[in-house]
Design a protein around this ligand. Structure first.
Ligand code: CTP
Length: 431
């Protein structure tokens, strides 16, 4: 049985750690909760003891014959501190040992995950930034706090990520290192766009964002810097990803193209509306007349096709420059035209890998193959959609088509597993 230490420090978000504890115990982990003294002001010792089935102490002076200040850390397979306050991050970064939790952090030789929670000002303070940098340098995983409503009326980065998100990070850490996306920046779009008809109505689609969020979460776990462009998704932010929220196809386009500028890979999992109303009424349309006015539609930009086109233009510019012998050390200008940008030498035009998704109801493979060619992407994940298939369900099955004419079948399973196969293929192409 894996042995997990759940360190709990004194933040209002402590109550969420009870849920995290349950996720660990219900999946068969032995959990020892080590709160700080002040954490017990928020949730008391009996709760932790009952939920974990283990004794709970905050000090090194209890059960001294068992040498808990050394033994708990030494025997752990994982230490996760959630919430991690600014104070506990500071004490950990400076190697202090003034309670059982900091002693445990000093004696642990297993992976350590910190899930910070504090007010935005504290999170952004140079002292906290430096402490986080020190901890990360030493190999600890410090997940980015979520953005949202904080304890008072204020909002911003500093919220404790959703317990399920922290648990997922820990589950992957326990499964072993897989840092094959370390140093890579990937962009994932998720959800479904909404095209406004009037202030209260829109044209939308059924996409839940689950697959895109699974892609973002797995990429974070594999070491990538992740920008997640989310269109109307109500799921909790994946811990560690930078989330950009958009509503319409045109907003999605802007966010994706900006993030893609220096990305290694872009995965377009979002369901983008192909059309939008020509005109958006500023006021709610009333049913005053018996016959409603028709809604005239205009085509939205095809973002995936545009990404492919930008890269194709960059490749051509590269080839022209190289043929002219104008390659310069330290970076090259790709000249005018779509996507002109500076790229690192030998890096190739960005994004280096473009992945599309195709939801099809019939002729799945033939439609998919034609779509891959039409949009100029490297990989196309094709799945069959319809009643009870793919949308809003935790499972998915798909065939990934490659630009070279190959295909990889992914049998029905969690969307996380499908995401991992997609990243495997992306990693191969980046290598
Ligand atoms: N896509 C996009 N911009 C659009 C429409 C789609 O970037 N305006 C992307 C989607 O994110 C997805 C892929 O293109 O990765 C395929 O989406 P799909 O809706 O299946 O393709 P369409 O081009 O809309 O083709 P059709 O509706 O004719 O099947």
């Amino acid at each position: 049985m894996t042995s997990v230490v759940l360190g709990v420090s004194a933040g209002i978000a402590v109550y969420k750690s009870c849920e995290l504890l349950r996720l660990f115990t219900e999946s068969g982990h032995d959990v020892r909760v080590v709160p700080t003294r002040d954490a017990l002001r928020f949730v008391g010792e009996p709760t932790w003891a009952a939920l974990s089935g283990n004794p709970v102490t905050t000090e090194v002076w209890e059960s001294v014959h068992e040498v808990p200040h050394v033994r708990i850390g030494q025997s752990a397979d994982l230490v996760v501190v959630a919430p991690a306050t600014a104070d506990v991050l500071a004490r950990a970064a400076h190697g202090m040992a003034n309670d059982l939790l900091t002693n445990t952090l000093l004696t642990a030789r297993c992976p350590v995950v910190f899930a910070p929670a504090m007010h935005t000002e504290m999170w952004e303070h140079p002292a906290t930034r430096a402490n986080v940098a020190t901890l990360r340098e030493r190999g600890a995983i410090v997940v980015e706090p979520a953005v949202g409503r904080l304890t008072g009326a204020d909002t911003g980065p500093g919220r404790l990520p959703d317990p399920a998100e922290i648990f997922e990070v820990c589950r992957r850490v326990l499964a072993g290192p897989r840092e094959d996306l370390a140093g890579r920046h990937v962009v994932v779009s998720a959800g479904g766009t909404r095209e406004a008809i009037d202030p209260v109505r829109f044209i939308g689609n059924r996409s839940s964002g689950l697959q895109g969020y699974a892609l973002a979460r797995t990429a974070v776990a594999r070491g990538a810097e992740v920008t997640l462009v989310a269109a109307n998704v109500t799921l909790p932010d994946p811990a560690g990803a930078k989330v950009v929220r958009v509503e319409s196809a045109r907003q999605l386009r802007e966010a994706v193209l900006a993030a893609a500028e220096h990305a290694d890979a872009v995965v377009m999992a979002a369901a983008v509306a192909d059309f939008r109303p020509v005109r958006q009424s500023d006021t709610k349309i009333k049913k005053s007349s018996a016959e409603p006015d028709p809604i005239h539609l205009v085509k939205n930009p095809d973002i995936l096709a545009e990404l492919g086109e930008v890269r194709r233009a960059r490749r051509e510019a590269y080839a022209t420059r190289d043929a002219g012998g104008a390659a310069a050390a330290g970076g090259r200008e790709t000249g005018d035209g779509p996507g002109a940008a500076t790229q690192a030498p030998g890096d190739g035009p960005h994004p280096r890998v473009i992945v599309g998704f195709a939801a099809e109801t019939d002729d799945v493979l033939a439609n998919g193959r034609a779509k891959l060619e039409r949009k100029g992407c490297d990989l196309l994940v094709v799945n069959q959609v319809g009643e009870n298939l793919a949308f809003g369900t935790p499972d998915n099955a798909a065939v990934v088509l490659t630009a070279e004419g190959g295909s990889v079948e992914i049998s029905r399973g969690p969307k996380e597993d499908l995401a991992d196969v997609v990243w495997d293929l992306v990693v191969q192409r980046l290598a």
